[in-house]
Design a binder for this molecule. Sequence first.
Ligand code: TYM
Length: 354
Amino acid sequence: MSEFKPLVFSGVQPTGNLHLGNYLGAIRKFVALQDNNDCMYCVVDLHALTAQLVHEDMRGQIRSITAAFLAAGIDPKRHIVFNQSQVPQHAELAWIFNCVARIGWMNRMTQFKDKAGKDREQASLGLYAYPSLMAADILVYRATHVPVGEDQKQHLELTRDIAMKFNMDFMEKIRPTGLGVDITVGDEPVHAYFPMVEPLIDGPAPRVMSLKDGSKKMSKSDPSDLSRINLMDDSEAISRKIRKAKTDPDALPSEVDGLKCRPEADNLVGIFAALADKTKAEVLTEFGGQQFSVFKPALVELAVEVLAPINAEMRRLMDDPGHIDAVLRDGGERARARAEKTMTEIRDIIGFVR
Ligand code: TYM
């Protein structure tokens, strides 16, 4: 074998409402990638336990993310849509990765620092090990490409570090199995079992910001609902939130450079571009010189045009939980078969007796 087989993998946590950041940073890219790739999209329910153990409606949350995947246009027959807990091999590989990753690496994770807050002693061990489970999600399928928002970049760098250390530590055990692939990392030839995953972060909205504060990420946990557009918001709510979004008094610039130091304008132009499948430059060609009083109504119209059908389809799907569960069960079965193949190989490479 000379190369790893391309495979797209990504995950979304079933915690809180999905918002425009999740859609533009992740789900919209999932849909675009499925035409030319083998894809696996996972509702990462084990990850949802890391910040909060007990969830009032875990099942409903899992179904709602699945409904969003399907409503956005992911085809669960051609690809694999499943929830993480149906594939215990993720947790098994995560344990092995806990023994590969170094404490020093984990201590650098900014998301852990943000989520743990001031009282780090009270954070769960799961929250600390979160990125190791994320690496396992991806590498248990030896996936090569991972579409995510920019906030996940550091976790994917850690995934590469874990893969690299495993490859190097076990290189002489991998070689005789014939399961490895010759790759070069930098200038170095490596006989690798795990690929070096490539993050797919590009696009005009890799980091959608709060509508109320252009320096803060749009987030499920922001106490102000006006800061985000939820995928379940109706047209009236979308319109109200965009009309109330923070801006500055100037007209839009004609060049992308003019968005520097104007975080709110930059954010709204990025959102418009991502929703319209355009670049920011193209949006500014159309709206440069215009006031927000002209741009905002155009953005409302576009956002409603894109999001209303997704919203309607999500509601329709949520009325039939049996169908959603059947999709997850089918995806879970197919994912399990793939994951077990990898885990059998990994157990052999490590030298466990079976
Ligand atoms: P989660 O559930 O927090 O977010 C899901 C996806 O949405 C993206 N995202 C954003 N993109 C742009 N702007 C924003 N404001 C914004 N907010 C969220 C996230 O980057 C993500 O792509 N750790 C992951 C879940 C995960 C995963 C994985 C992802 C678990 N295992 C394996 C990829 C591969 C997370 O917390 O996503």
